[in-house]
Write a protein that binds this ligand. Sequence first.
Ligand SMILES: Nc1ncnc2c1ncn2[C@@H]1O[C@H](COP(=O)(O)OP(=O)(O)OP(=O)(O)O)[C@@H](O)[C@H]1O
Ligand SMILES: O=C(O)[C@@H](O)C(=O)CO
Length: 427
Amino acid sequence: MPNTPTKALAPWLGVIADDYTGASDVAGTLVNAGMRVVQTFGVPDPAMQLHDVDCIVVSLKTRSLPAAEAVDQSRAAAHALSSRGVRQLYFKYCSTFDSTSEGNIGPVADALRSEFVPDGQITVVAPGTPALGRTVYNGVLFAGTDLLQESSMRHHPLTPMTDSNVLRLLQAQTATPVGSVGYSSIEAGVAAVRSRFQNLSAKAGYAVVDTLNDGHLAVLGAAVLDHPLVTGGSGLVGGLAAARGISGQPEPAPASRPTGPAAVIAGSCSEMTNVQIDTFRRLRPCFVVDPAIIAAGQNVVAEALQFARENIPDGPILIHSTATPEEVARTQKQLGKARAAEITESSLSTIAEGLVASGCRQLIVAGGETSGAVVRRLGITTARVGREVSPGVPWLATETSPGLSILLKSGNLGTPELFLDAWDHNR
Ligand SMILES: Nc1ncnc2c1ncn2[C@@H]1O[C@H](COP(=O)(O)OP(=O)(O)OP(=O)(O)O)[C@@H](O)[C@H]1O
Ligand SMILES: O=C(O)[C@@H](O)C(=O)CO
């Protein structure tokens, strides 16, 4: 018998994630639900070997691109996944709905809907991820106990979130009408949700779903099990996995369990990253990369690598551009938002490249845009997803740079001690 892949062996879920840390978040959630997962960086080439997996997570860096480019890349990812036989596509965006009025959640979802969703079928919009403290109540998004617009996300350097109403946020980005499904329908069970979808589909293309707890995700997962396209944060993939009867017994990833020099690179300016850096700084050495100083011509990259050479033999080190909202605002005013980001991402990537070239084998990168820039510079295209260090934060065993483990941490995820104790989870 020729050894040709059959439809039965195809992964059932194909995820298109709009940033690299968000991709790791959803990949870790799937591993936690008992799946074998591979994460690709960029659209997988048809020749790429992605065997023995239940799920492929494609990491894109489309959250802050012009909408047309984000749409093109997301479409290409969807086609690549479809041609590998996946039965369901999942468009993963941030649980805090990071976007602007131009997009890119609406434009990408519209493009995927137009190709993959039958006329008249509603598409679910589910940012709510209770494990990360993100809940949706009457269409309004909360981060912990704060309204999204009153959370630290209002200061985000690239996508400041100043409204909490998901219907309004999405409607600003799409001509397709947006409706909602309230928690009382969800508590009434799968049939009630399906019937609400049916009624809504006469006047809307999207349904923003309330999500207060994991029980709601379980009902929603069952209600959208046969939808060709689902959109949301990482939470709903757990509901989908449970509805497929796969739950909770993670296979250890076939990681090479590397030891060796360890470093954190942080370009995230999110609140939790700031806390994690303060916690690390008390015990281990840190080096600050300031984009304004780089723009003034100082060779900060060389200084950072010198710092690494001197300190990495004694244990993990941290190199960061992470700054407070006030400092970021000052730098952006001086350099412009795009140039500040470009200088920072490019410098941190060069530093990461230097670290790996000189033997670093365990690398944590904090921040989605930052992770995108670093992983690209390192030329990593695929990784097997290992166990989570904390919700949404798994180690990845890179397949393109054997022996190198990376952990891509979303800005607000992880515990305050993560940069100190994540290494233990990689043994
Ligand atoms: N000191 C700084 N001044 C101005 N911009 C900065 C500074 N440090 C980092 N940046 C930029 O801020 C952006 C931070 O976004 P990034 O996606 O990396 O982090 P995040 O939003 O916290 O992470 P996530 O998307 O995973 O939640 C990057 O483009 C980064 O280059
Ligand atoms: O959904 C989340 O909160 C994260 O995966 C993320 O995308 C942060 O940028």
